[in-house]
Write a protein that binds this ligand. Structure first.
Ligand code: GTP
Ligand code: MG
Ligand code: ZN
Length: 304
């Protein structure tokens, strides 16, 4: 057999993928028939050329993998070997707090740190809106990192660079928040297509269609992904949901009843924390909703 090469998958569609070597040279590779797992962005793979066609021979073991539910709720890998998930939000389109909690669960389940980047700080409209303020309060209460700035003016970008350093980072979030603009700003040599926000709907137009990995000249990689409206998590367990709600699960230990549903039970520590303003009531609503979606009819299992 001719020489085996190793590289990192930068994009993957249908029955082929594009692999970059250390020097950044790209190679289009075919998948073998009946190959088990499909390579995804961020995968390290071995490939070799056979009669002028390059084939993926194997996928290296994954350190972690981000999986979302497909239209039937079956897990579908999106990217692998990720150091950090950056959820991009903006004053417009208005942040969807349920979607934010879905990403917190997704990141918790895959054990990948999640950071929030509040983009478009150069725009006044919606800057102090209720959902955005709520989101920042939640992130502060959770003690999770959050940075803000603008892909347009470059504000805050230096701070972001020191955070992401040489990591492999995936940018996720609603359409139109500026994921591609941020990628473009961090890697100026690229010429990416960014989209306009539709005047009618206030939503982005889903400009990016494929998840793609871009090596950064300073080291590390950025993965730009298409915007989403929602994120199915049916394939995850009640325990995974708990990983995205440490505020609720920690308090739940102090509830009088071990099987407390945090509704109207006496001496519910979660309800007391809500009354004292330590937990946003919307977090509990979202927790309940995600527990139900993941098939956890019995929510006590959420307590580790
Ligand atoms: N004022 C301002 N506009 C921005 C900023 N970042 C992005 N935009 C604009 O917002 C629009 C959407 O930006 P994109 O980068 O295409 O958004 P996206 O998140 O990649 O959207 P999808 O690919 O559809 O998921 C474009 O018109 C950008 O020029 C910013 O920091 N400030
Ligand atoms: Mg985009
Ligand atoms: Zn309770």
């Amino acid at each position: 057999m001719s020489q085996l090469h190793t590289g990192r998958v930068v994009s993957s569609t249908g029955n082929h993928c594009v692999v970059a070597d250390e020097a950044g040279t790209l190679q289009r590779c075919q998948l073998r028939h009946r190959q088990g797992a499909r390579p995804v962005c961020g995968d390290r793979v071995d490939w070799h050329a056979d009669d002028g066609t390059a084939y993926i021979e194997q996928i290296h073991p994954r350190r972690n993998v981000i999986e979302r539910g497909d239209f039937r709720g079956r897990p579908r890998a999106l990217a692998a070997n990720i150091d950090r998930l950056i959820l991009v939000v903006a004053p417009a389109p208005t942040p969807d707090l349920l979607l934010v909690d879905r990403y917190r669960v997704l990141a918790g389940a895959a054990d990948i740190p999640l950071m929030i980047w509040i983009n478009k700080t150069d725009r006044a409209e919606g800057a102090g809106s209720e959902p955005l303020q709520r989101l920042t309060d939640q992130q502060t209460e959770l003690g999770l990192p959050m940075l803000r700035g603008s892909a347009e003016t470059g504000a805050g970008i230096e701070a972001l660079k020191t955070w992401i350093h040489a990591e492999t980072v995936i940018l996720v979030g609603q359409s139109g928040v500026g994921k591609t603009s941020l990628t473009q700003h961090l890697i100026p040599a690229l010429a990416l297509r960014t989209g306009e926000i539709s005047e009618a709907s206030g939503q982005g137009r889903h400009t990016t269609t494929d998840t793609r990995l871009f090596p950064r000249p300073e080291g590390g990689c950025l993965i730009d992904s298409p915007g989403v409206r929602t994120l199915r998590l049916d394939h995850l367990s009640v325990r995974d949901v708990a990983a995205g709600f440490p505020d609720i699960t920690e308090k739940a230990h102090a509830c009088r009843f071990r099987d407390c549903h945090h509704l109207e039970e006496p001496q519910c520590a979660v309800q007391s924390a809500i009354k004292q303003g330590q937990i946003d009531p919307q977090r509990l609503m979202n927790w309940r909703r995600l527990i139900t979606e993941t098939g956890g009819a019995d929510s006590n299992q959420a307590q580790p």
